[in-house]
Design a protein around this ligand. Structure first.
Ligand SMILES: [Zn+2]
Length: 167
């Protein structure tokens, strides 16, 4: 994965709409998947293609009856990540992991690495990329001389950088 950020081709409104539509489509599939995982039976009325799609995903997902949430299993099936299914949750996490004052406004790779330890959604990398590309820290990123400053790991140093820019 490239740790580079080009300017987004979409406005925030366009991206949000596309994102919501994608999550809605995914949600329909997840509902079918959850029915199958809970009952080992398909939801009524599914076509052969839709059943196949459910069966493909069933291998990599797990339904937790205790917290009533869906988890994505990793390749070795030892670790699982919570499936994020709404635009609001998706944005709240992006804010927490990149946009909040204490997040450190890390780059794409670092943000993805941290988030993907606990969370999963389809197109996660692209959404992180878009979020960072449109974040308030972005103008700094486009100046090569400032790039190295953004790589500093200690959060308090980054706060210093942001304050200098804001004043
Ligand atoms: Zn940022």
């Amino acid at each position: 994965m490239e740790d580079s950020l080009e300017m987004s081709r979409y406005t925030d409104e366009e991206y949000e709409l596309a994102c919501r539509q994608r999550l809605e489509r995914e949600s329909v599939i997840y509902e079918r998947l959850i029915t199958y995982l809970r009952t080992t039976r398909h939801a009524p009325g599914l076509t052969d293609t839709e059943r196949k799609q459910v069966l493909q995903r069933a291998r990599n997902f797990q339904w937790n009856e205790h917290d009533q949430k869906l988890y994505k299993l990793d390749y070795d099936r030892k670790c699982s990540r919570l499936v994020v299914r709404s635009y609001e949750d998706n944005m709240a996490l992006l804010h927490q992991y990149h946009g909040s004052p204490t997040s450190g406004h890390c780059g794409l790779n670092a943000t993805f690495e941290k988030m993907s330890q606990d969370y999963y959604w389809r197109n996660m990398t692209q959404d992180i990329k878009h979020y960072i590309a449109t974040c308030t820290c972005q103008p700094l990123r486009r100046q090569p001389s400032e790039m190295c400053l953004m790589k500093i790991k200690e959060p308090w140093k980054l706060t210093g950088v942001n304050l200098m820019v804001a004043s």
